[in-house]
Design a protein around this ligand. Sequence first.
Ligand code: ZN
Length: 252
Amino acid sequence: MSWPDGKKWVYSITYDEGCQALLEHALPIHRRYGIPGHVALVAGQIGVPRNCPGSSYNGMMILSAAEIRMLRGEGWGVSCHSMTHAATTEANAEEEVVRSRKVLEDALGMPIRVYCVPGDMNSYPAARAVAQRAGYDAILTIHDDVNSPACDLYYLHRVPLHAQYPPPFFSEFDPYKRIHQAIDRGGWIIDYCHCPMPDKPIHPAKDCTTQQLEERFATVRRLGGNDVWLAEVTKVADYLLEQSRMAAPDLP
Ligand SMILES: [Zn+2]
């Protein structure tokens, strides 16, 4: 199993919540490095200030449908990050995971095929149980690892790109995080953060600064050269789905 066009490994990045400030602070860096982004959106909160009590991002403006379509035109992707960002349970999965996809598709006028688990991994099992029936092809988690080409699309690992990592294991930003592992294994890195800001992250264990984002992209390009496929998550999922169909043509 190999990546398209002779590429040896893959780099993607996603931003949870889809804050409007990405346009000012992250988009110019994406354009400079030729790396597509991806926003994970709370379906019930498009183009309004974020309203998830207790969130570090509460009150920040979320991208509008028009802004999201503009990003999509530049190669960015979109996933559904639940209906309300509540912890997903068996009791609310129909609303938070299934109906949210339809609500987001109607709000944006585009297909939504990836689900992004909100909060912590405790929300994963209830989301996983309904994801396929809901029409999703993949699930983004916050389990930090490199994905292999044979990965389970319904359990995609993501690498937190944060200024610091919470105790008890104090740890600082590392622009090389998992890159050599991805090179050695021919793997797929999906970075994630929320909304990088200049000089000081909004929350050190949930974000990096714009300087760190740029350092990360520069490191990916420098170490990746022509070998790295800089790709949006849905594009990579499509490629892997196509590969598995070709390997087992009798399956639907
Ligand atoms: Zn979130």
